[in-house]
Design a protein around this ligand. Structure first.
Ligand SMILES: [Zn+2]
Length: 252
């Protein structure tokens, strides 16, 4: 089985999910982010309603279990974002909502840091997992700052730090975080993903497609699995990165 550990299902046509299930995907985690400008909190909350209540109905018809994460994305901070944080408990109480996310820093600004820290503290108080965004631009510098804020505000065992690539892996590999490799055009290719697993081992990683409105490949995890089998990696290791590690991280 394949568990896609981070995506944005609401931007993708249903045909993607049919094909993904045919290729072995049986569970996904769909995260909140910035599909609209989110100037006011009511827009963010409508987005949460869609991913928490509507997407499972749409996608589970294709034999894929839908889990969700909700949070204020750093590129989509409404003026009245505090209203969103106040309403998080309503969503977090749903059984299939398993993390706060995606949250983090896209740039190092006082506003993004303030919103990020508040959500980390909320997650930490409630022992919730968090799905952490790292950006494309200034990746190493922003990730360094992200690590500092994580270490100050949350139990590292509850952190899935995502979009890990060769520019940041060395600052992360010795942390107690779960590390997400995003197999997506402009992020990691299937070949680079296999090389990273080969070099750093299979224990700390989960895999995701981050399919969204950006260039994406909904078949990417099936491609990685195919390549790992072809290259002769152990079945137990393949299982770890395809599903076991993410299920263990979320206690599923
Ligand atoms: Zn994402």
């Amino acid at each position: 089985m394949i568990f896609d550990a981070h995506m944005h299902a609401d931007t993708r046509p249903i045909e993607n999910f049919m094909e993904m299930n045919m290729a072995g995907v049986e569970a996904i985690l769909t995260c909140a982010y910035d599909p609209l400008r989110m100037k006011k909190s009511n827009v963010t909350l409508e987005h949460f309603d869609r991913i928490v209540y509507d997407e499972p109905k749409r996608i589970e018809k294709h034999n894929i279990k839908v889990y969700a994460a909700v949070g204020v994305h750093p590129r989509a901070i409404p003026d009245d974002y505090e209203n969103v944080i106040e309403k998080l408990p309503k969503y977090m109480n749903e059984e299939h909502v398993i993390a706060v996310g995606e949250i983090g820093l896209d740039e190092i600004t006082p506003k993004q840091e303030e919103v990020f820290i508040k959500q980390l503290q909320y997650a930490d108080e409630n022992n919730y997992n968090v799905i952490i965004h790292t950006p494309r631009k200034n990746k190493a510098k922003v990730t360094q700052r992200t690590i500092t804020l994580l270490d100050e505000n949350i139990n590292p065992q509850n952190v899935q730090l995502d979009h890990v690539d060769n520019s940041i892996i060395d600052m992360l590999i010795d942390k107690d975080y779960t590390l997400g490799i995003t197999v997506q055009p402009l992020k990691m290719s299937p070949t680079e993903t296999v090389e990273m697993l080969d070099k750093y081992g299979f224990d700390k990683f989960v895999l995701d497609t981050d399919i969204s409105y950006a260039p994406s490949n909904h078949m990417a995890l099936a491609e990685v699995k195919h390549k790992l089998i072809q290259d002769g990696y152990k079945k137990s290791d393949i299982k770890k990165v395809m599903s076991n590690n993410v299920m263990k991280f979320h206690n599923l």
